[in-house]
Design a protein around this ligand. Structure first.
Ligand code: PRP
Length: 206
């Protein structure tokens, strides 16, 4: 049995479709159910930010998660396969017509990704105060809560509609199949088989 942590939210449907295709079975999480068994697999439905935690502590053998979320978690997990979905960028953004003033002694950045933010600005030796938010990040500079933001851009619609622009791209992200090292070695063949099936199913779509 392989336990797989799947993310709720934006990529949930596409991820389930991928697994349904390779298992050749329709399955859904019923109502408020968070756990589902199908053939030799057990699926867990978790918040995207929690996928690395489930995999790291071996509550799940493998997981499906965005590189941005994995990077933010700072956990040392194996990246097995780029699933080619959930493509987005992590960017620094600010209001159109107003650039972030880097001459200030410290800049204020609102984000739900404090680790990525601190790492990025410390590499550039820019002192930063991180204001941790849980959503609607684009609002922060508009009401002077921050000088800028570090956030995800997918279609760009949220930034555009809130009069923000991309100043710098920190990283490109897409959704990956990840594993912890212990499960990977203990269940190597089964994980390899799954990886190969996912790989050919993705290739067939391209
Ligand atoms: C994410 C992100 C941006 C938005 C970007 O938020 O934080 O706000 O998506 O997508 P776009 O470029 O396609 O407009 P999410 O939808 O997860 O909601 P949140 O504000 O609750 O974090």
């Amino acid at each position: 049995m392989i336990t797989i942590a799947l993310p709720k939210g934006r990529v949930a449907e596409k991820t389930l479709e991928l697994f349904q295709k390779i298992l050749k079975q329709e399955f859904v999480f019923e109502d408020r159910k968070l756990i589902l068994e199908c053939s030799d697999f057990r699926f867990l439905l978790v918040r995207s930010q929690d996928v690395p935690t489930y995999v790291h502590y071996q509550a799940a053998d493998i997981g499906v998660v965005g590189l941005d979320v994995l990077e933010e978690s700072e956990l040392d997990l194996l990246r097995l396969l780029d699933l080619g979905i959930g493509k987005c960028k992590v960017v620094v953004g600010s209001e159109i017509g107003k650039n972030i003033d880097y001459r200030k002694s410290r800049i204020k950045i609102a984000t739900k990704m404090p680790n990525i933010t601190i790492k990025y600005f410390s590499k550039k030796a820019i002192p930063v105060d991180v204001i941790k938010l849980y959503g609607s990040i684009e609002l922060a500079p508009l009401v002077q809560l921050s000088d800028g933001i570090v956030d995800i851009v997918e279609t760009g619609a949220t930034m555009k509609q809130n009069n923000l622009k991309v100043d710098e791209v920190i990283m490109e992200s897409s959704v990956y199949l990840i594993a912890n090292k212990n499960s990977f070695y203990a269940k190597k063949q089964a994980i390899f088989d799954l990886q190969a099936q996912l790989h050919s199913s993705i290739k067939a779509v391209k």
